[in-house]
Write a protein that binds this ligand. Structure first.
Ligand SMILES: [Zn+2]
Length: 368
């Protein structure tokens, strides 16, 4: 088997669908932005120490604790220039990680603490992303997050709709799951559906399969963030799948994309350990799984690292990774012709070139 080392994995054209803008800042940028805006709450002024503080803080087996670190990143993202910079750097970092298409998501409402309007917040982030797209050729889209504990998801959905021709590609519901079912945000999802627009929902991360069922069948989600607990609807005995429940069967049959975040799931306690992550079952059963970072800073990860984890843990090979990235691209919230352009213009040629360099045989043909 080819040695899928870090260098090869980084050079593979990759697609990232689930990454939070406020969870992927460079530590040095946080320190600089904090100085610029006079924010004195950082636990350290040293970027390396700060990175370690975020990682440790996230790795406490609780989603609520995982989310605590965001108070600091959000505190330094309260001006147009800070938002633009963070967005630019996120896409730039993706480029250096071999990513050809990325969807970043964030909750605009968190960035109005110092008086910025929601429109200005959106414009600033989109400006940073488009500057990086022009410089590096990385295609990207922005997803607006409504928050589970708040009452303004309809307003956020309408904001996403307002910006659909300016780089916004969809709507998400994020935040603490327990006690905040997605069905309470129906008005926002209805607005999205009436507008023929895309919905992804964080579901089945900290809460059971009912959260995933609600997200799909009540709220109309087109993709599911995490979906870790979908395994509760699959009967597995000694590593073998015996039976899919009706929800799992539906997710499989409808090819509903699952935005899997391996490192993050262990850190929040959504799964007890990487070995026990249901990704392997989902992948073998042909669910449409994608690999994602969730929060590159908090989870101390990159998409290359997530691929490495998947290779090591679930024995993925070169062809498997190409298939996952093509499936991710098929699942992107941009028009069909643009997805095809990236698949046939960047992803397939990129894998072909690498395959030739590494002396690998042509890919096994199999349906995706
Ligand atoms: Zn997330």
């Amino acid at each position: 088997m080819t040695n899928l080392d870090e260098n090869v994995l980084r050079r593979m054209p990759k697609v990232l669908l689930h990454e939070h803008l406020d969870g992927g800042l460079r530590p040095a940028t946080i320190v600089e932005l904090a100085q610029e805006c006079g924010y004195g709450g950082l636990p350290s002024q040293n970027p390396a120490e700060l990175a370690e503080w975020f990682r440790r803080g996230a790795d406490r087996k609780s989603l609520a604790l995982y989310l605590e670190g965001f108070a600091h990143t959000i505190a330094v993202m309260q001006s147009p220039s800070a938002l633009e910079r963070v967005a630019f750097e996120a896409v730039e970092d993706c480029y250096h990680d071999g990513i050809v298409y990325v969807e970043l998501r964030f909750a605009p409402v968190f960035h109005s603490e110092r008086g910025l309007s929601l429109e200005k917040i959106m414009e600033s982030v989109l400006l940073g992303m488009s500057r990086a797209r022009n410089k590096y050729g990385v295609e990207c889209g922005l997803i607006v997050c409504g928050m589970r504990h708040r009452e303004d998801s309809l307003e956020m959905a309408e904001l996403a709709l307002d910006f659909r021709d300016r780089g916004c590609v969809g709507f998400d519901l994020a935040g603490e799951e327990a006690g905040h079912p997605p069905k309470r945000h129906l008005a926002g999802f209805d607005a999205m559906r009436r507008g023929n627009y895309y919905i992804t929902i964080h579901a089945g991360e900290a809460f059971g399969r009912d959260s995933i069922w609600q997200a799909i069948q009540i709220c109309g989600a087109h993709r599911i963030g995490h979906a870790t607990r979908l395994i509760e609807d699959i009967v597995v005995h000694e590593g073998k799948v015996l039976k899919l429940g009706p929800l799992a069967q539906f997710v499989l049959d409808r090819r509903i994309p699952l935005e899997i975040c391996l490192s993050s799931n262990v850190q929040t306690g959504a799964v007890p350990s990487l070995d026990e992550h249901p990704f392997g079952v989902y992948f073998r059963e042909h669910f449409r799984v994608t690999l994602n970072t969730d929060n590159r800073l908090m989870s101390a990860t990159t998409l290359t690292k997530e691929c490495q984890l998947a290779v090591n843990l679930f024995k993925l090979d070169f062809d498997d990774l190409e298939k996952i990235m093509i499936n991710a691209m098929k699942s992107a919230f941009i028009p069909y012709d643009e997805r095809c352009e990236i698949i046939f213009g960047k992803i397939k040629p990129g894998y072909k070139k690498l395959r030739e360099e590494l002396g690998l045989p042509a890919p096994k043909s199999r349906f995706t």
